[in-house]
Design a protein around this ligand. Structure first.
Ligand SMILES: Cc1cc2nc3c(=O)[nH]c(=O)nc-3n(C[C@H](O)[C@H](O)[C@H](O)COP(=O)(O)OP(=O)(O)OC[C@H]3O[C@@H](n4cnc5c(N)ncnc54)[C@H](O)[C@@H]3O)c2cc1C
Length: 840
């Protein structure tokens, strides 16, 4: 038996490891002495459940196995006992394992790593599956888990390659060394390729006499508690929600406790042939902590977390696609203006949970007086904002990698409500968590249709679906052949000339995050306004989002593209209305598109309405396609008829940035929840591994930078442009360009000559949006915007109230991320149609 233990301290490392590719030092932790042979070891494969708390693997690994008695014996009533609840382990040792999976991440940058499969690229359009921001986030989450396990008396074995091979090799080696493997446990996933890993492990371990157990920990509602079979999950969200809410307090089980002390990690592990590479000295993952001078010599040739991260990021630069479309290794540092400025891992997740639900301040003292509850108390009002980190929970990346469980968030809501009472704000977070569950269970029902062009509709409405998979329904795009002027290329590079669209794409590309509002708008624009294959967007998101989650991503894309679970599949966003509703002062757009910073807010969403002289006055260089510091495309890629009536809306008018009072969930029966128990104590976890200090630092950066940027925004003093009405006629240039087959350029005065707007398209002769055979339904609403709703003083009060204070005493509070006026919403408003949408 090969032994890779030297007994060295895990955090110091040894000189033998200088080649960089050695067995991990963490496998050298010592456990109980004298246990050389005949040990019983339980292997837990961690995948998308990178946490200690409420982790069924760790919980059941520390439970004594219960005798399984046949129900007919009458000794144990099994009717209310799930199989999982009988799970327990009598092993002496626990071996937690994580494998960086070659299918998902590009590992070819690791020294001497030999890739066995193809590059880790998305299925249809070949983006890197895991872009730079997520690569960093996952790495942080894994190493944080290892630190936490070490603090609990255990450890984490980290390997690179295919999980099924690592598990097989481990089982082989352990058994040949005379020890036994009590079982291999993992959390059950529902989507490919995770399910592929599961079946591969099952296949490889056949005949090895090792039982495999799956636990459920992904969803809020335990699958066994659903009031219907998986294949009976309703095809529409509302019936799903009503049926599960009818379960009342039984809907959500309380989180499982974290073991006080973990079973020991087995020392003297036999060597396995899989690729190992690990940090040989610890360094703060943000890289702020200086190395201790006295250890510099020891650190020569050894590896830090940053070295490994660099190996994982480097291949992303060598892309087959145009580099402007791809995730870039240089873009992985937290952006100062990022709405998600947090590092990965359970430590960070618990800190955020504590801040958002317990410790933070919503700064809404007008309502609460001195009590000043945490930000969740204003969730419904702020959740559609776009700037700053505080407008929503920012739990999604942590949920995606399982650094937190939805049940922990549920329990945090319970605790909050105990103190401040239930209302629409807390209900709305629960409602969103149910959407997450819904997409998960629906994906389980429909399997790989999740990734198909025809979507779930192939089963739910095959006749409709048949039309939508015919050639010509969706426009095609070839990232390798279609040049930089192609519509889709321009969209994905943030160069459409439509600021609200471009700002969202640029935010995603430069920070790895995009708000829910932004995602809905991009998805609608790509699939409905432009009419492209929705999977281009879904794969682009998959590559770039930190919080990528297969069921939430593909489920939402299907929903918006009209091939999924939306009963009104043809609804479509009006980009300009959305921009003026949710960025009514243009601050979001100015944040991400520096060229527009000097523009007056009334024009910032429609810069094409400015003439040459006005553009010059605002210092805006006229370009055809470029987005630079001072230049921005002078014409939008397309212009929609339905946009025109919003052109005249002034800043702040009809803003929904402070919530939409009309937005209600019908038939809500907020279930009375069980009393919070003592298991949830997020504060207790704060500070473990220094999570809090890192967060503080990143927010200081954000405040400084954002403040500077905003300082330059706004119109030049005393230059308030007149709001120009659309007037004029289709100019001769339009006709000329059209006859020459050149891209059409929309002019501000080219649509109202006859009172009938002309919809313009980027390429002459092409029709706007989807092909002609597609039914179009604009759902923009017909009610004219009321100018009476604007109350300046009220707007200012709202602005102040909306400045949610950042973490601790961070000067983030000075960033006016949330300004606007009162709502001028109406029943006929297009928002209404989205009330039943994923985030209604
Ligand atoms: C086209 C598109 C793609 C999306 N892709 C993803 C994705 O890959 N991963 C992902 O986690 N979410 C995705 N979403 C859902 C949603 O945009 C994000 O969950 C949300 O913006 C994350 O921010 P938050 O955690 O602050 O959300 P909050 O507003 O604070 O909501 C709390 C939690 O509820 C869940 N949630 C909220 N909205 C949705 C929704 N529409 N669908 C499912 N769950 C929801 C999330 O887990 C979220 O963390 C997508 C939405 C759209 C329209």
């Amino acid at each position: 038996m090969a032994d890779d233990s030297s007994g060295a301290s895990p955090s110091v490392g040894t000189r033998q490891q200088r080649s960089g590719i050695e067995s991990q030092p963490e496998t050298r932790r010592s456990d109980s002495p004298g246990s050389e042979h005949g040990r019983s070891i339980l292997i837990c494969l961690l995948r998308l459940d990178l946490r200690l708390h409420d982790n069924a693997l760790f919980y059941y690994a520390h439970q004594t196995p219960k005798p399984i008695v046949h129900p007919l014996d009458g000794k144990v009533d099994l009717s209310n006992v799930t199989k999982e609840a009988l799970l327990g382990s009598s092993s002496d040792y626990l071996l937690p394992v994580f494998v960086f999976d070659e299918r998902e991440m590009e590992l070819s940058g690791l020294p001497n790593y030999e890739r066995k499969g193809p590059e880790a690229r998305t299925r249809e359009f070949g983006f890197w599956k895991t872009g730079s921001f997520r690569t960093r986030f996952i790495s942080e989450s894994v190493y944080d888990l290892r630190s936490r396990l070490r603090e609990s008396g255990s450890d984490l074995l980290i390997r690179f390659g295919f999980p099924e091979e690592v598990i097989y090799n481990l089982v082989e080696a352990i058994q040949s060394a005379g020890d036994t493997v009590e079982g291999v446990w993992m959390q059950k996933e529902m989507t490919y390729p995770e399910t592929e890993v599961e079946s591969q492990i099952q296949a490889r371990l056949q005949g090895k006499g090792v039982p495999i157990h799956f636990v459920h920990g992904k969803t809020l509602i335990h699958p066994n508690d659903l009031p219907f079979a998986p294949n009976e999950t309703p095809d529409v969200f509302t019936p799903f929600r009503k049926r599960v809410e009818a379960l009342g307090p039984k809907m959500v089980r309380p989180p499982l406790t974290c073991p006080d002390k973990f079973k020991p990690f087995p020392s003297n592990l036999p060597k396995i042939p899989d690729y190992a590479l690990d940090v040989t000295y610890e360094v703060d993952v943000d890289g702020f902590a200086p190395r201790a001078p006295e250890t510099k010599d020891q650190q020569q040739g050894q590896l830090s977390f940053h070295d490994i991260l660099r190996y994982l990021l480097t291949p992303l630069n060598g892309s087959q696609l145009p580099r402007t479309l791809e995730s870039n290794a240089l873009l992985q540092q937290r952006h100062p203006a990022s709405a998600f400025p947090l590092r990965g891992g359970e430590t960070s997740a618990l800190d955020r949970l504590d801040w958002y639900f317990v410790r933070g301040k919503s700064a809404d003292s007008s309502r609460w007086g001195k009590a000043d509850p945490p930000p969740v108390a204003r969730y419904k009002q702020t959740r559609n904002n776009l700037l700053g980190h505080a407008y929503s929970t920012k739990m999604s990346p942590f949920l995606a990698y399982g650094s937190i469980s939805p049940r922990q968030i549920w329990e945090a809501l319970d605790a909050h409500e105990e103190k401040f009472g239930e209302d629409q704000n807390t209900y709305w977070v629960r409602f969103e968590l149910l959407w997450r569950d819904y997409f998960f269970f629906v994906a389980e029902k429909f399997g790989n249709l999740l990734y198909e062009l025809g979507g779930f509709e192939l089963v739910t409405d095959p006749r409709q679906a048949a039309k939508k998979v015919e050639d010509g329904w969706w426009k095609k795009w070839d990232p390798l052949r279609d040049g930089p002027e192609n519509e889709m290329t321009r969209l994905l590079e943030g160069r459409t000339g439509i600021p609200f669209i471009d700002a969202n794409i640029l935010e995603l590309r430069e920070s790895g995050f995009m708000s829910n509002r932004g995602r809905q708008n991009i998805a609608s624009f790509l699939s409905k306004d432009l009419g492209y294959d929705w999977r281009i967007g879904a794969e682009f998101f998959q590559s770039h989002l930190i919080d990528y989650d297969p069921t939430s991503n593909y489920g939402n894309w299907q929903y918006v593209a009209g091939v999924g679970n939306d009963p009104r599949a043809s609804r479509q966003f009006n980009t300009i209305k959305q921009a003026k509703d949710y960025d009514s002062h243009g601050e979001y757009v100015k944040m991400w598109i520096p060229a527009l910073r000097n523009l007056h807010p009334d024009y910032v969403h429609t810069p094409w309405l400015l003439d040459e002289e006005e553009r010059r006055r605002y210092g805006l260089k006229t370009t055809r396609m470029e987005v630079t510091m001072d230049g921005y495309p002078s014409r939008p890629l397309i212009e929609h008829e339905g946009w025109h009536k919003h052109y005249e809306r002034r800043q702040g008018v009809g803003s929904k940035m402070h919530g939409n009072p009309q937005e209600k969930v019908k038939d809500v029966k907020v279930p009375r929840r069980h009393k919070p128990n003592n298991r949830f104590r997020p504060s207790a976890s704060v500070g473990v591994s220094g999570g809090l200090s890192a967060v503080d630092r990143s927010n200081d950066l954000m405040a400084a930078s954002a403040g500077t940027q905003l300082g330059h925004s706004g119109p030049p003093r005393n230059v308030i442009p007149p709001l120009r009405l659309a007037s004029g006629s289709i100019g001769p240039g339009y006709v000329q360009r059209q006859s020459q087959g050149l891209p059409l350029v929309a002019t501000s005065n080219s649509f109202a000559a006859t009172g009938k707007p002309v919809v313009k398209q980027g390429v002459a002769g092409a029709s706007i949006g989807p092909p002609a055979n597609r039914p179009r339904a604009f759902d923009f609403g017909s009610r004219p915007i009321s100018m009476n709703g604007h109350d300046g003083a009220k707007a200012r009060r709202d602005d102040q109230a909306a400045q949610v204070v950042g973490f601790g005493t961070s000067p983030l509070a000075t960033v006016p991320f949330n300004t606007g006026a009162t709502n001028a919403s109406s029943k006929a408003d297009s928002e209404a149609s989205w009330r039943r949408g994923p985030t209604a």
